[in-house]
Design a protein around this ligand. Structure first.
Ligand SMILES: NC(=O)c1ccc[n+]([C@@H]2O[C@H](COP(=O)([O-])OP(=O)(O)OC[C@H]3O[C@@H](n4cnc5c(N)ncnc54)[C@H](O)[C@@H]3O)[C@@H](O)[C@H]2O)c1
Length: 397
C-alpha cells in the first residue's frame, strides 16, 4: 500500500473456485486425469472427472477405484463418450479443465461461454524439433532422444511428442541413416516383427494417420517405413524427407508414428519456419550454440522450450505446463495447479488511525494538488504519517 494510506495491510487470499469439471484425453489416461484432479482438490474444490472413452480399461479403473478411497461427495467419476461430455457441459461449473484436441477445445469454450465459466485448455499441435550441427558423440545421444521423443511415447500419440524435425540440408542424409539405425535398435527390423511399439488407439485415429500418407506427393517422400497393419492398428515408424509443406501432414497435428524431416539452408531459418505456423505446445532444439539458443528464446513463442532433449519438461514439477495460442491456455503442475484452481482474492485491511482529509469533498485546489503530489512523491505519505502521529500525540496530552 502507498504510505499515503498507512496504516493498511494488503494481501492475497487464495480461495477455491467451487465445482470443477475435468475432461481428460486417452493417451496418458491416469496421469492426465489425476494430475488436474490433485490440483483441484488441493485448492479446496470439488471435482467431477470424465476420463476418455478411448481408454475404457483405465476409465473403469478410475471409476471403480476412486470411490473406494476418496469421498464421493468431493470427487465423482463419470464414464462415457462425447454424449456424456456434452450433457456435463450443459451444467454450470465454476471451472472446466480440458485436455484434448483443438477441435473439441472449441466446443468446450463455446459451452463454457454460456455460464461465463473459466476454462483451461490443454491442447495439441505440431511440436518442432531443431537439430543443429553437433559433435558425433552428442549427435548419437540426440538421435536416441529424438527417436524416444517421437516413437517412444505412445508411438507418437503424445501432445508433446516430436511432430517434425528441422535440419540443415547437408545433414539430412546422415540424420536419416542414424534414425533408421536407432529405430531398428529400439523397435526391431520392420513389420510385422516390431516390438515395444504402441498401437494406434482407435480405427478412426488409424484411418486419420494412414490417410496422411495417402497424398501421392507425401508417399513419394517416404525414406523409411510406410507400411501398416490395419487389423492390429499398427503403423510402422515412418520417416519422410521434405514432404510438401501444403500437404495435410505439415498442417495438421500428426499424433502418430510419422516423422517429416524438413531441410533448410541454414538452421537459423528454423525460427521463421516456426513463426509462420501456429504457436506450438513445445519446441525442442538440439544445439550447443548459445547465441542460437538466445535467439530461439527471444524470437519464438511456445508453451515450453527444451534444449538438447525432448518431452522431459513434462516431469519437471517446478515448471508450468501448458500451451500458448492454438496449443491452449492456462497452466498446471506443482504449485501452478494450485493457482489454476484458485481465485486469488485481494484483501485490504485498514485501521481507524489517521485520516487523510484531502480525499473527501468539498474539493478545492489545495486538496487536489496535495493528493497529486502525494501520489507522485510517496514520501509525502511519510510526512502525513508523522503529522498524524503528532496530532494523536497532542490529543492524548
Ligand atoms: N496439452 C496436453 O496436455 C495434451 C495432453 C494429451 C493430449 N492432448 C491432445 O489431445 C488430442 C488427443 O486426445 P483425444 O483424442 O482424447 O482428444 P479429444 O479432443 O477427442 O477428446 C478429449 C476429451 O473430450 C471429450 N469429447 C470428445 N468429443 C467431444 C464433444 N463433441 N463434446 C464434448 N466433449 C468431447 C472426450 O470424451 C474426451 O474426454 C491431441 O490433439 C493431443 O495433442 C493434449
Amino acid at each position: 500500500m502507498p504510505l499515503l494510506f498507512f496504516p493498511a495491510r494488503a494481501e492475497v487470499l487464495p480461495e477455491p473456485l467451487g465445482l470443477v469439471l475435468v475432461l481428460a484425453s486417452w493417451n496418458f489416461p491416469i496421469s492426465l486425469a489425476l494430475d488436474p484432479v490433485i490440483g483441484a482438490i488441493s485448492a479446496g474444490n470439488t471435482v467431477v472427472l470424465k476420463p476418455s472413452e478411448l481408454s475404457p480399461a483405465s476409465s473403469s479403473f478410475l471409476a471403480n477405484t476412486i470411490p473406494r478411497y476418496l469421498d464421493s461427495a468431493a470427487l465423482k467419476v463419470i464414464e462415457g463418450g462425447h454424449d456424456a461430455a456434452e450433457q456435463l457441459l450443459q451444467q454450470k461449473w465454476d471451472k472446466i479443465f480440458f485436455t484434448g484436441s483443438s477441435r473439441v477445445g472449441r466446443i468446450i469454450m463455446a459451452a463454457a461461454a454460456n455460464h461465463l465459466t473459466p476454462v483451461t485448455l490443454e491442447l495439441g499441435g505440431k511440436c518442432p524439433t531443431i537439430l543443429d550441427s553437433l559433435s558425433i558423440s552428442d549427435l548419437e545421444v540426440a538421435i536416441k532422444r529424438i527417436v524416444g521423443g517421437k516413437w517412444g511415447l505412445c508411438s507418437g500419440q503424445a501432445c508433446i511428442g516430436i511432430d517434425y524435425v528441422l535440419v540443415e540440408e547437408k545433414f539430412a542424409s546422415i540424420l536419416v541413416e542414424l534414425l533408421k539405425k536407432c529405430i531398428k535398435a529400439f523397435f526391431g527390423d520392420s513389420m510385422p516383427n516390431l516390438k515395444n511399439l504402441c498401437r494406434i488407439v482407435s480405427k478412426s485415429h488409424f484411418d486419420r494417420v494412414s490417410n496422411l500418407l495417402g497424398d501421392p506427393r507425401v508417399a513419394a517422400s517416404i525414406v523409411h517405413g510406410g507400411s501398416w497393419d490395419e487389423q492390429n492398428l499398427m503403423i510402422e515408424p515412418t520417416i519422410l524427407l521434405d514432404p510438401p509443406l501444403d500437404a495435410d501432414i505439415m498442417s495438421e497435428e500428426i499424433f502418430g508414428p510419422l516423422l517429416p524431416i524438413i531441410t533448410l539452408n541454414k538452421i537459423e531459418e528454423s525460427i521463421e519456419f516456426i513463426n509462420l505456423r501456429p504457436k506450438p505446445l513445445a519446441i525442442y532444439a538440439f544445439t550447443k550454440n548459445e547465441r542460437f539458443k538466445k535467439k530461439l528464446l527471444s524470437e519464438t513463442s511456445s508453451g515450453s522450450i527444451t534444449f538438447n532433449d525432448a518431452v522431459v519438461q513434462f516431469v519437471a514439477d517446478s515448471l508450468p505446463f501448458g500451451g500458448v495460442g492454438q496449443s491452449g491456455f492456462g497452466r498446471y503442475h506443482g504449485k501452478y495447479s494450485f493457482d489454476t484452481f484458485s481465485h486469488e482474492k485481494a484483501v485490504l485491511q485498514r485501521s481507524f488511525y489517521l485520516e487523510l482529509e484531502p480525499r473527501y469533498p468539498p474539493w478545492n485546489d489545495f486538496k487536489l494538488d496535495f493528493i497529486k503530489l502525494a501520489y507522485k512523491f510517496d514520501y509525502l505519505g511519510l510526512l502525513l504519517l508523522l503529522s498524524g502521529l503528532r496530532r494523536i500525540f497532542k490529543r492524548s496530552n
